[in-house]
Write a new protein. Structure first.
Length: 327
């Protein structure tokens, strides 16, 4: 797909919102006076950890799959994911009665594997450190199944962009001006879609990507002005957003719309998870917490400003969650 010839605009996002109407949950802003005081600004949290399937990924997956032709539905779906896109695809496929095969890392959280299977999908494992997920998925594509990628697809980006549309609409209804927005960035589907919607309604809003350290390919790519890949062999607790590099479609959008990206340590992510649990009463997975960790880093001055933080997912094994909070 030619990135230069592919764009995602407000019409695409509004059409996605129409398709998703009645299928997604309303994730209205959550606010904590304690966190506002701690960080010196007004912080509005968008809790996509409460979304259908436990993350924002249902939005993009449903928007893509709902547009399948009858012939494509017969062929079935293959996707690769560490778990959140897997559940979004599996759930959406089940709604339309489509067979789904999901290629997942064998070290993916058990909760994500179990949920993906519970939606009726077949799970095929691979080693994320020695194998390429695209290679494992290739035989299913050759067999005729339709690949639903996790981020580098205009329909996926538009579906995730409905989060940005909801943010600007809720802010407008409350008479708020959004100064800064922080969102997790893996391949960039979420933040690119959100950025299109937010910039269309609020051009002055600064948008910041958040990434785990050693997986800060977006940050380094924005600085370099070109796509830069991560080094192989690194590890992080943020399993949901450990992608090798920005997407060919998502990066040009992010290069145009983002003010920058912030890399955060695993320790900072653990503390963000604790803050969400203590003050918002929310279970947020590591990858879903990086936006709050980025805000808490102090790299962006939000004193006296209004900031939105997207909490992108809450799918985490409970035993692992408890261990992370206690670490």
């Amino acid at each position: 797909m030619d990135a230069q010839a592919t764009t995602v605009d407000m019409a695409d996002i509004e059409a996605a919102a129409e398709r998703l109407h009645g299928q997604i949950r309303r994730t209205s802003f959550i606010e904590s006076p304690v966190l506002n005081q701690q960080f010196g600004g007004r912080i509005l949290f968008k809790p996509e950890c409460l979304q259908r399937t436990g993350s924002f990924k249902f939005r993009g997956a449903y928007n893509r799959i709902s547009q399948f032709t009858a012939e494509e539905r017969q062929r079935g779906i293959v996707a690769f994911s560490s778990g959140n896109h897997a559940q979004g695809v599996a759930s959406s496929a089940a709604l339309f009665g489509i067979k789904a095969v999901i290629v997942m890392p064998k070290d993916a959280p058990e909760a994500k594997i179990a949920s993906t299977r519970a939606y009726g999908a077949e799970v095929v494992f691979f080693d994320r450190y020695t194998e390429k997920r695209e290679t494992v998925a290739a035989p299913f594509v050759e067999r005729g199944m339709v690949l639903v990628p996790p981020f580098d697809d205009p329909h996926i980006i538009a579906g995730q962009g409905t989060i940005g549309l909801e943010i600007v609409r809720e802010a407008a209804a409350e008479g708020l001006v959004i100064d800064d927005l922080f969102a997790p960035a893996g391949g960039g589907g979420l933040i690119s879609g959100v950025s299109v919607a937010v910039k269309a309604h609020s051009p002055a809003t600064r948008i910041w990507g958040a990434e785990p350290e050693h997986f800060d390919d977006l940050r380094r790519s924005l600085i370099a002005g070109r796509i830069v890949a991560n080094d192989a062999g690194r590890r992080s607790i943020c399993d949901a957003i450990l992608t090798p590099q920005p997407g060919n479609l998502t990066f040009p959008i992010n290069a145009r719309n983002l003010s920058g990206a912030i890399a955060v340590s695993d320790d900072a992510v653990r503390e963000a998870m604790r803050l969400a649990a203590r003050h918002l009463k929310l279970v947020v997975e590591p990858g879903g917490s990086v936006g709050l960790a980025a805000l808490a880093s102090g790299e962006v001055d939000i004193k006296g400003r209004t900031a939105v933080v997207v909490l992108s997912g809450g799918n985490v094994d409970l035993a692992e969650y408890g261990a992370l909070l206690a670490a």
